[in-house]
Design a protein around this ligand. Structure first.
Ligand SMILES: *Cc1c(COP(=O)(O)O)cnc(C)c1O
Length: 463
């Protein structure tokens, strides 16, 4: 299997050497608040609890593996983003990180807007009552049926991703007698991950219309000439799991440069600028993400400064955090099935899930941490690799982690920061059933996405 040092992973392979877990943490039972949801703690027996309920009880009621999501923490993070950006900006939660109807209702109640990027995500959002005008529709290849549905529903904006789509959306809207508000997604030649970014002249990727070579300016020209659409702004999304704001600085500079050109050429000042998502979270204690208020301050300052320099009225800013809202709010609970010490190498700990509930380690070389959850232990730390039950040697959940030496089958272990891109990327590989997402709050737990059953699987298999 070829492993890429991928942008969406927490860090480039060349930033930290392989196997940098040289020393075990001082206390294996400790819970670093950076990686755990707000209400997670250990009770007087040492059992991990969330929202006031211990994981042994949760495992009994909901089984393992399962994702447990701290609703109070989710709402607090959503609110922190909303408050940080204030009334002059919009926060769109990126639904692809994790979407369910309960989540849509929480977002609605907390005043966030919502990004969707498929008919399925749009259907979920609408069925949970998210007002259509607060939905943005993304994607590099929306079908005509999806576009029609979005326009009919009255979504607040469609983010155009290609020349074909400019015409397609304008045509559908006109047919329906609408004027659809749109943004154009451009690529500004900035690719940002974690602690560094690359600024190039060209963008070799499928998303967006390149600023280079005057292509974005041409897209704007065409959009402004079509009756079915109203161009309200420019969109840029530069990467994922970003800690360093300087990539946004270069991106904003280039986007504002385009706004300036648009003003000079067409005499219009577009009222909105969307800087995308990609803000990083802590997967392990090594990660130091910024708080929403710091990010809001930095981004607002950058855009304001760039616009002042270009003598443009500062447009309304929007951002699209996904991971940074939901990622830290959930952990995955697994039951240990086998423990296999390999002399001189490490101990392989097999759990009852794996790459079907968390593909990020296999896909992006992502890093996670893990703790023994059903009890505390003062046994010596042992270097472990937490692996799943799939027929694939790359089926790794946590590549390097220290766990207590007395870890045994039947123990429950918990992997934090699995709220984003785990359930939403889950698969049925090996016909494994996808785990439930259980929301826990104030001593109550309820499945907001139930566990898949064999009946669910067989229903699709029509023989
Ligand atoms: C994926 C994506 C996001 C969200 O990214 P996060 O890393 O989850 O914050 C936001 N906007 C766009 C356009 C995206 O593709």
């Amino acid at each position: 299997m070829s492993r890429s040092a991928h942008p969406a992973g927490p860090r480039h392979a060349d930033v930290l050497p392989e196997g940098h877990y040289s020393a075990p943490p001082a206390d294996l039972n400790a819970l670093d608040p950076k990686v755990w949801a707000e209400t997670v703690t250990r009770d007087e027996h040492g059992v991990l609890t969330v929202g006031g309920i211990d994981v042994k009880r949760l495992a009994e009621e909901f089984g393992t593996p399962a994702y447990f999501l701290d609703e109070q923490d989710f709402r607090a993070r959503a609110r922190a983003w909303r408050t940080a950006f204030g009334g002059d900006a919009d926060v769109f939660y990126a639904g692809k990180a994790f979407l369910s109807r309960a989540v849509v209702r929480w977002l609605d109640e907390e005043g966030l807007n919502l990004d969707v990027c498929s008919g399925g995500e749009l259907a979920t959002a609408l069925s949970a009552g998210m007002p259509a005008e607060r939905i943005a529709f993304h994607g590099n290849n929306k079908s005509v049926a999806e576009i029609r549905r979005a326009v009919e529903a009255g979504v607040g904006r469609i983010v155009l991703d290609s020349f074909q789509e400019i015409v397609r959306v304008a045509h559908v809207a006109q047919e329906l007698g609408r004027r659809q508000r749109v943004q154009i997604r451009i690529t500004v030649g900035v690719e940002a991950h974690t602690h560094e970014f690359i600024a190039t002249a060209h963008e070799d990727q499928k998303f967006g219309i390149p600023l280079a070579g005057g292509q974005a300016a041409e897209a704007v020209r065409r959009a402004l000439g079509l009756d079915g659409i109203e161009l309200i702004g420019i969109h840029s999304h530069i990467g994922s799991q970003i800690f360093d704001m300087s990539g946004f600085e270069v991106a904003a500079h280039r986007v504002v440069g385009l706004l300036e050109d648009i003003r000079d050429e067409h005499g219009v000042e577009l009222p909105e600028i969307d800087l995308g998502g990609g803000l990083g979270i802590a997967y392990t204690s090594d990660d130091d993400p910024r708080e929403p208020h710091e990010i809001a301050k930095a981004l607002t300052e950058i855009v304001t400064r760039e616009c002042a320099a270009a003598r443009l009225t500062t447009p309304r800013i929007s951002v699209e955090p996904g991971r940074a809202v939901v990622g830290p709010t959930a952990f995955t609970l697994y039951e240990v099935g086998t423990v296999k010490p390999l002399e001189g190498l490490r101990t392989y700990v097999s759990v009852d899930g794996g790459m079907s509930d968390n593909i990020r380690t296999a896909l992006y070389d992502a890093e996670y941490s893990v703790v023994l959850a059903s009890r505390v232990s003062d046994a010596e730390p042992v270097l472990c690799r937490v692996v799943g039950k799939h027929c694939e040697s790359g089926d790794i959940v946590v590549k390097d982690a220290f766990l207590p030496g007395d870890l045994a089958p039947g123990d429950l272990i918990a992997v934090p920061a699995t709220g984003a891109y785990c359930r939403s990327m889950a698969s049925n590989y090996n016909h494994v059933l996808r785990p439930p997402v259980v929301a826990v709050r104030d001593g109550e737990a309820r499945a907001i996405v139930r566990r898949e059953t064999e009946e669910d699987l067989l229903r699709l298999d029509v023989g």
